[in-house]
Design a protein around this ligand. Structure first.
Ligand code: PAF
Length: 279
């Protein structure tokens, strides 16, 4: 596995890779969810590339950029074990050199849900992912369903800007108690960690109600909100039952829907989602 930091070295190393190239963009502090993306890329592509870059542009001023967990040696071991061929670990000034001033703003799809609570977040994500697509020229790029809106924003961006890359969305990987894997789970203390599966419990209860015939979007939102609010350590930021493509909130009877939520446990903000009505 080759590890490079400059853009020139990345381009040289990329030129030697056989296609199709599968890219797994990450912010490091890897868990089984990331590794599952790299493994899927390994199974589907001739070459596998990954990036490790804690992207300052997607953190708000009051978010956790400075304290975001990092462990590069361990990350590299995990990527090597997953069969990755090439890793780019650029410094911030390589991705955003002095004078940088070009940003990508996806509009409607980025506006609700996470976008409504994290100003500028998806502008930072779309811009860095576009730069990663330019740098790596992958034929496929692998992202997790855990960040459902991010996946929708990246799909839209790739379509609108004609990136010749297939966006592959992989299932959320969960701990045995249902908690979705996330680098931010490392912030939880023991009591918060014990309470954290409440997100998955609320989503699962709504999915069970849907399976039993409940189709009213507001009923499903209220069911999820009630379960979150009954957990004393959890503070609900939003619960949503939205169209899985447009991400607009649904009203009345639903067919397919994206259930999603953001919940604070102490200072740690967790998100999770499930899609209802999938074939
Ligand atoms: O999902 C992430 O880890 C990040 O948002 C991504 C896609 C690597 C862009 O920084």
């Amino acid at each position: 596995m080759k590890v490079v930091t400059t853009l020139d070295d990345l381009r040289q190393a990329r030129a030697t890779l056989l296609g199709p190239v599968g890219l797994t963009p990450t912010m490091g502090y890897l868990h089984e969810g990331h590794v599952s993306l790299a493994r899927r890329a390994r199974a589907e592509c001739a070459s596998v590339a990954a990036s490790i870059f804690v992207n300052p542009a997607q953190f708000g001023p009051s978010e956790d950029l400075a304290s975001y967990p990092r462990d590069l040696p361990r990350d590299l071991e995990l990527l090597a074990a997953a069969g990755v061929d090439l890793v780019w670990t650029p410094a911030p000034e390589i991705v955003y050199p002095a004078g940088f001033q070009t940003w990508i703003s996806v509009e409607q799809v980025a506006a609700p849900l996470e976008g409504a609570h994290r100003a500028g977040h998806f502008r930072g994500v779309a811009t860095v992912v576009a730069k990663l697509f330019n740098a790596f020229q992958p034929q496929r790029a692998y992202f997790g369903q855990k960040d459902a809106q991010q996946a929708a924003v990246i799909r839209q961006m790739a379509r609108d800007l004609d990136f010749p890359v297939e966006i592959v969305i992989c299932p959320t990987v969960r701990e045995p108690d249902g908690l979705a894997m996330s680098s931010r789970n490392a912030y939880l203390d023991a009591a918060q960690r014990a309470a954290a599966p409440v997100l998955f419990h609320a989503l699962s209860a709504a999915a069970a109600a849907y399976a039993a015939g409940v189709r009213d979007a507001e009923n499903l939102r209220q069911l999820m909100a009630g379960i979150i609010d009954a957990e004393p350590l959890a503070r609900r930021q939003y619960v949503s039952c939205a169209d899985p493509v447009t991400l607009q909130e649904l009203d009345g009877p639903i067919g397919r829907a994206l259930l999603s939520m953001a919940v604070y446990l102490g200072k740690t903000r967790l998100i999770d989602n499930l899609v209802l009505g999938e074939a």
